[in-house]
Design a protein. Structure first.
Length: 86
C-alpha cells in the first residue's frame, strides 16, 4: 500500500457515518462506565476534552476518537489516585 492510498482510506473513514455511530456508542458506554465506577474526574475530563476539541475541528470522528484515547490514557496512569479518591 502506498502512502496516498492509506491517506485516502483514513480520509474515507473520517467521513463515514457508521464509524461515527460506533464512536458515539463507545463514548456513551465510556461515560456510563466512568460514572458506574464512580470515577467522576474521568467523566469530567472526557466532557471537557470533547468540548475543547470541538473548537479545533468540526469532524466529530476526530473529536470522539481523541477524547476516548486521551481520557483512557489518563485513567490508565491513575487519574483517580492522583486526586486522592478511593
Amino acid at each position: 500500500m502506498s502512502i496516498e492510498s492509506v491517506k485516502d482510506y483514513v480520509q474515507t473513514l473520517a467521513h463515514n457515518k457508521i464509524v461515527l455511530y460506533i464512536l458515539i456508542v463507545l463514548s456513551v458506554i465510556n461515560i456510563i462506565g466512568y460514572y458506574t465506577m464512580e470515577n467522576s474526574p474521568a467523566a469530567i475530563l472526557f466532557l471537557v476534552t470533547g468540548l475543547g476539541l470541538t473548537y479545533l475541528t468540526e469532524n466529530m470522528i476526530y473529536v470522539l476518537l481523541s477524547t476516548i484515547l486521551i481520557t483512557s490514557f489518563f485513567v490508565s496512569i491513575g487519574l483517580k489516585r492522583h486526586y486522592g479518591l478511593r
